[in-house]
Each structure stands twice: as C-alpha cells, then as structure tokens.
Write a protein that binds this ligand. Structure first.
Ligand SMILES: [Zn+2]
Length: 259
C-alpha cells in the first residue's frame, strides 16, 4: 500500500516537474507580449492555453450568466401620471409636476379620480356592513396645495420632519388623484393609532380587494421614505393590486424593483 502511494506520489511529482518546465518553456518561447499566434513549441510541448478549460466547456460567470438584480417578471413602473400604476415618491416626481387629473369625482366632499372613487364607495359600503364607518378625509391635492402643506409642516417642525410626513409638490400621491386618506368615525385622526383600531385593521385587510393598497406600511420607511401611514390608501386598480399581492412586495418600490 505504502509502495503504491509512494509510486503515485513520485509520478505526481514528475508530472508536476514536467508541467512546470513545459509551462516555463511555453512562456519563454512566446514572442514577447503577443500571444494571439503562439509559435511552435519545442519537445512537442503543448501551449498552456490548450490545457485550460475553454469558455465553451466551462462558461465563465459573465454578465449574461449572473442572476438578474430583479425578477424578470417585475414590471416597469409607468411614468404616465394618469396611469393607475404610476410610481411617485421623493425621488420620482410626476411629469409634468403641475399634473392635474382630468376625471375627478367627489366622495365625502373630497375629490378623487373617478375609478378610485367608485372603488372607494364600494370599500366604504363593505366596511359599513362590517360595522366600520370609514370616511375619505383627503383625496386629490393640487401641487399648489401640497406646497402650502409642506411649508406649513416645515415651519412647525423643520424641513426634515416635514419631509417624513408630507411630500413636496409634484411628489405626492395625492396629486395623482389616486391617494386617499381614510379614517373612521370612531377614530377620525390621521395618526398611527388608527392602524390599531378595528376599522384600521379591517381596512388594511380588505383594501386590496377593492384595488387599494396601504401605500406606506409599517417598518418600510427606509424604502418608501415615509413613516407608517395606516390611513393612506393608494388606488392601483383591482388587477394591479392583485398582482402586487401575488408578488409578495410590501411597497410599490419593491414591486417595481426600484427600492
Ligand atoms: Zn395621504
């Protein structure tokens, strides 16, 4: 046994020695830095490259082989401000920033886009049957109004805090006419405690059935740029909302792979 191992070892050493010599000769015989046309090698030695795996036998991890950064099925965020899927946040402004929706209707005296309003009426009706009186507190807000609101918050709490709880003009979901601040008669305030009420929980659970999502969920401020807003719904339409749920994403940024 020892003999066999010793023999194998010596064969390996010899092979290694010759291999090293061949490589040294291969390098020495090559005409300078030009390696594209290797010259014939002495002693029938093969060029180094012939013993290394080729690209065809072992694919190297080039850009094409690397896993994509986002799933292939992740949709591209539409930029049309009138699209139900439009992505607007602190980094993405509406284009144009002066955008005004053309199909506003009223729910609870507040303006909201027509389809979103119809869906919201259904949501409110279903909530009522479940014992929760929901009301739209704020829907469409113009760029000018958003400017005033942000300036007021900034004057009260400073710019940084104002940015946490309100968008700048052109950056608000409310300007799309698809954002809806909704709370209940039991808890009309737009604060995080609403999320702990029975009505707030019901709304979070059922919103997607009507084409809405809670746009700024708990624990996602680093992604959305906004603190948890259990009262702020965003209309996506039923199809997109269903796809959003199926994707497992918690935010629109994650859904579109742009977080
Ligand atoms: Zn809101």
């Amino acid at each position: 046994m020892v003999c066999i191992v010793a023999t194998m070892l010596s064969v390996a050493l010899v092979a290694l020695k010759f291999g090293m010599r061949d490589r040294a000769e291969a390098r020495a015989s090559l005409p300078g830095p030009v390696v594209s046309t290797p010259a014939p090698l002495p002693n029938g030695a093969k060029p180094e490259v012939s013993t290394t795996p080729t690209a065809s036998s072992t694919p190297l991890p080039g850009p094409a082989q690397r896993p994509a950064q986002r799933p292939a099925k992740a949709p591209t965020a539409p930029t049309d401000p009138a699209s139900f899927g439009v992505l607007v946040n602190k980094d993405r402004a509406l284009n144009p920033t002066s955008y005004v929706p053309k199909d506003l209707t009223k729910v609870n005296g507040e303006e909201i886009r027509s389809d979103a309003g119809a869906a919201l009426r259904q949501l409110i009706k279903a909530a009522d049957k479940a014992g929760h009186q929901l009301t739209l507190r704020s829907g469409y807000r113009s760029a000018a109004y958003q400017q005033q609101l942000h300036e007021r918050y900034a004057a009260e709490d400073g710019e940084a805090e104002a940015d946490r709880k309100s968008a700048r003009p052109g950056h608000s979901e409310h300007q799309t006419g698809l954002g809806a601040d909704v709370t209940s008669s039991d808890h009309p305030e737009l604060d995080q405690d609403f999320g702990s009420t029975a009505a707030g929980k019901w709304m979070a659970q059922h919103a997607t059935e009507y084409g809405f999502i809670v746009r700024f969920p708990q624990g996602k401020e680093s992604v959305t740029g906004y603190m948890w807003e259990p009262w702020h719904l965003r209309y996506l339409g039923k199809d997109l909302a269903a796809d959003f749920v199926a994707s497992g994403a918690a935010t629109l940024e994650e859904y579109y792979g742009v977080d």
